[in-house]
Design a protein around this ligand. Structure first.
Ligand SMILES: Cc1cc2nc3c(=O)[nH]c(=O)nc-3n(C[C@H](O)[C@H](O)[C@H](O)COP(=O)(O)OP(=O)(O)OC[C@H]3O[C@@H](n4cnc5c(N)ncnc54)[C@H](O)[C@@H]3O)c2cc1C
Ligand code: FES
Length: 295
């Protein structure tokens, strides 16, 4: 896998199927081969209907020659349209885009490669599953959090992942699922004392990223998060995906500087909106002008 200039390729849907009660696996066949690094994403447009006038960003789970696999949940008009697509439906793919998760060999100066702790929530799974498949090593820990047993793609997390569920419902009998969130599961496994330092990689809802950042911060561990902001262009032009910088010097873009960012590069107080959509975080303690997006 190499990082290269993004391709704009056309292709078609090869298959679509459910891997949990709410998560779809989509395989698209493109006109040419592509490559990617775990954490990179594509802008996908299924064309045809007005629902997908704008492309939507999706992390790349796997590439096999010219076949690309994605996982998604139907949350709005575009993804609901995707969930009804048929084999042969036309696709426009732009990717790979953005900065990937670091490989294990990207150690901090003077240090050996750390063990890793991966935390995924819901559709935060694909970039971290891709990372595990590419670079996972013995001693790394992979944790996935779902709402309940039906929400967990068991066939995918059987590849060495431990799972947490908010509610112990629809959990297969032979499975040991922790009840709580995925950060609580990490605490349970690693204990309260400092373990050997790990590098933490996380992807999922904003609340999860905040909790993971706090957890890694308590232990002084390097932490990288993939921020799944809403996107317009996907390549740094529209500035619709800005993330406030921790140093106060303006904003990063999730699509070009990220989506994988060092957790300590983000001003968490000003980032995102309060859960539930409103009021903006700026109303509860962030003094940045909301529309000021200059970098
Ligand atoms: C880099 C990146 C990688 C992503 N990878 C995946 C992936 O692998 N699988 C997947 O299912 N989704 C992923 N997403 C999120 C996905 O892009 C959105 O779910 C999708 O764009 C929603 O489109 P829609 O038209 O269905 O929803 P809309 O009608 O646009 O919105 C419906 C609802 O979803 C919310 N929403 C929309 N976009 C996002 C977002 N980015 N984050 C959180 N909430 C959002 C809206 O606030 C609204 O409540 C990723 C996003 C980014 C930026
Ligand atoms: S989506 Fe356009 S700048 Fe990031």
């Amino acid at each position: 896998m190499t990082t290269s200039d993004p391709w704009r390729l056309v292709g078609e849907v090869e298959s679509l199927g459910l891997v949990s009660s709410s998560m779809y696996e989509l395989v698209v066949g493109l006109e040419d081969v592509v490559s990617f690094r775990p954490g990179q994403f594509c802008m996908l447009n299924l064309g045809g209907g007005r629902e997908m006038v704008l492309s939507r960003p999706f992390s790349i789970l796997a590439v096999d020659g010219n076949r690309v696999t994605l996982l998604f949940k139907a949350v709005g008009s575009g993804t609901r349209a995707m969930a009804t697509c048929k084999p042969g439906a036309p696709v426009v793919f732009l990717g790979p885009l953005g900065q990937p998760f670091p490989s294990p060999d990207t150690a901090t100066a003077g240090q050996t490669a750390p063990r890793h702790l991966l935390l995924a929530g819901g559709v935060g799974l694909p970039p971290l599953l891709a990372w595990q498949r590419a670079w996972g090593r013995e001693g790394d820990l992979y944790l996935f959090g779902g709402r309940d047993g039906g929400d967990v793609p068991w066939s995918l997390v059987s590849e060495g992942w431990r799972c947490s569920v908010d509610r112990h419902v629809d959990v297969p009998r032979n499975v040991d699922a922790f009840v709580g969130n995925v950060v609580e599961l990490a605490r349970e496994i690693l204990g309260s004392v400092d373990d050997e330092p790990r590098r933490v990689l996380a992807c999922g809802p904003l609340a999860l990223l905040r909790a993971v950042t706090a957890f890694a911060g308590e232990r002084g561990w390097d932490c990288r998060v993939s921020v799944e902001e809403r996107m317009g262009c996907g390549y740094g032009v529209c500035r619709g995906c800005v993330v406030p910088r921790a140093d106060g010097e303006g904003y990063l873009t999730a699509c070009h500087d990220g989506p994988v960012l060092a957790a300590d590069a983000i001003d968490w107080k000003c980032f995102g909106r309060a859960e539930g959509g409103s009021p903006p975080v700026s109303a509860i303690g962030c003094n940045r002008p909301e529309q000021d997006t200059k970098s």
